[in-house]
Design a protein around this ligand. Structure first.
Ligand code: SAH
Ligand code: F3S
Length: 457
């Protein structure tokens, strides 16, 4: 769809992205559509005549943060009367019309199920219409050719959208809509396209990525892993986020069988207490989770497991929290994300019982993170002196320094004397020289001239 010829055309766009990988990928899709219209990106918000806020609503104060940010952006309008401002992402889906009422200068609201419609929405906004595009239509355009992947070291591929689980604390089912798997043929096609583009690493995305099912068919995530891992040229395959209850033996086996599946798994457990897990509606017990971890480690020795935790869930007692600490001791996660529980709109957890007072919740979070730091100091320390294959994720602060990720997804900062040959997205061999709780320091050991993700000639 073309913009109207007699309207002042936006020339530059600025996107601010919050949240998870799904939002990152959505921003790549939004950018691609704008570039197709001849609107180019800028890193300076003051230069932009189109501003998009791709928002996240997973934790508290998300809405206030969105409104305060939009408030700042609208201050640019008096100098730039043609400036368009759009709210996208999960808060857009959640707030919908309310956002248009509250922010008078907001031009459009584009929900997570409507990302593929940005061009039309911009064209309508340019005529002066204030556009509300939310909800989850059956037909949703998803053009893989207009995704802007530049500057990214990995190719992200959505295999399943939305979520049908009902974890009592979680807003995602309402902000990302019902679960929907993409056909394997489409997924394969997109991966081929990304490998041609030069990506060494492919990351499959979904809120419950291992709940993927062939639409109208019988294939499950184990079949998908087997099919995708066999694609020639795929060096590193990862996927997020796995749901513990949806893991099957065949999936564990597939992780053991394919050496190009990274020995790394993000497996959110949320709590180590059975009674809290039950109140969260997670559908597995501590014991079942531990058995799954054991099975994964047997199938793939050395696999790094990371997790998410919520502390201070309503009614959580000191004893229940200590069960979380003991789970952390027992599993030895290579990394965790831990959050204080926050009530989210439309979720049932706030009705479960009294909230844990703020100082108690914060103190529990501190204790959890301190314990996890001890675990990471031990695990990372054991890597000093080893060689690791890393993927280059960016440039460091000093010339000749780089950031990267090991196969187990640990952050490694490394230096190279011959920095010219080190490309973003290339695979390099480094030697670990020092360890910190949250990262590794390294030196380039073998330079690979691999050019990483590049545009095909
Ligand atoms: N699909 C993923 C989680 C998506 S949300 C899963 O299966 O677990 C990412 C993380 O945010 C969650 O794992 C949880 O730890 C955290 N989170 C979600 N809702 C939250 C809330 N209301 N308060 C605090 N943390 C929350
Ligand atoms: Fe949220 Fe649970 Fe789905 S954490 S994304 S409702 S699996």
């Amino acid at each position: 769809m073309s913009l109207l010829a007699d309207e002042p055309r936006p020339r530059r766009f600025f996107i601010e992205t919050w949240g998870c990988q799904m939002n990152e990928l959505d921003s790549q899709r939004l950018s691609g559509q704008l570039m197709q219209l001849g609107i180019l990106p800028t890193r300076q918000v003051a230069e932009a005549d189109l501003i998009l806020l791709n928002s996240c609503s997973i934790r508290e104060k998300a809405e206030q943060k969105v409104y305060s940010r939009l408030g700042k952006y609208r201050l640019l309008k008096p100098q730039k009367p043609n400036l368009l401002i759009g709210l996208c992402g999960c808060v857009a889906q959640q707030e919908g019309e309310k956002a248009l009422h509250r922010v008078k200068d907001l031009n459009f609201v584009l929900g997570t199920g409507r990302v593929g419609e940005l061009r039309e929405v911009v064209a309508r906004s340019l005529t002066g219409e204030r556009v509300l595009a939310t909800g989850f239509p059956m037909e949703r355009p998803f053009e893989i050719d207009t995704i802007v992947r530049d500057g990214s070291h990995k190719g992200m591929v959505t295999i399943i959208e939305g979520c049908d689980k009902r974890c009592t604390f979680c807003v995602v089912p309402s902000t990302r809509g019902p679960e929907r798997s993409r056909p394997l043929a489409e997924v394969r096609n997109e991966i081929h396209h990304l490998l041609e583009y030069g990506f060494n690493e492919i990351e499959l995305l979904g809120q419950t990525v291992n709940h993927w099912r062939e639409p109208g068919g019988t294939a499950d995530f184990a079949d998908l892993l087997n099919a995708v891992a066999a694609i020639p040229g795929l060096r590193r395959l990862r996927f997020v986020t796995s749901y513990p209850r949806d893991f099957t033996h065949r999936m564990v086996e597939a992780i053991g069988r394919h050496s190009n599946i990274c020995p790394y798994l993000h497996l959110p457990v949320q709590s180590g207490s059975d009674s809290i897990l039950k109140k969260m509606g997670r559908g597995y017990s501590r014991q079942e989770y531990l058995e799954l971890v054991r099975g994964l480690r047997q199938a793939r020795p050395g696999i790094a497991i990371t997790s998410d935790f919520i502390v201070g869930f309503p009614t959580e007692s000191e004893g229940e929290f200590e069960e979380t600490l003991s789970l952390i001791e027992e599993v030895q996660f290579s990394g965790v994300f831990a959050f204080r529980y926050s009530p989210r709109p439309g979720t049932s957890a706030p009705r479960i019982g009294p909230p844990v007072p703020e100082p108690v919740g914060s103190e529990r979070l501190r204790r959890l993170l301190d314990l996890q730091d001890e675990v990471q100091i031990r695990l990372n320390g054991a890597l000093v002196g080893t060689r690791q294959e890393v993927i280059v994720t960016g440039w460091g602060k000093r010339p000749g320094s780089f950031t990267s990720r090991t196969l187990c997804h640990r952050i490694a900062h490394f230096d190279s004397e011959d920095s010219r040959g080190v490309a973003l997205g290339s695979l390099q061999t480094v030697e670990i020289t020092r360890s910190l709780p949250h990262s590794l320091m390294a030196q380039l050991a073998l330079l690979s001239r691999d050019s990483g993700a590049t545009m095909p000639a």
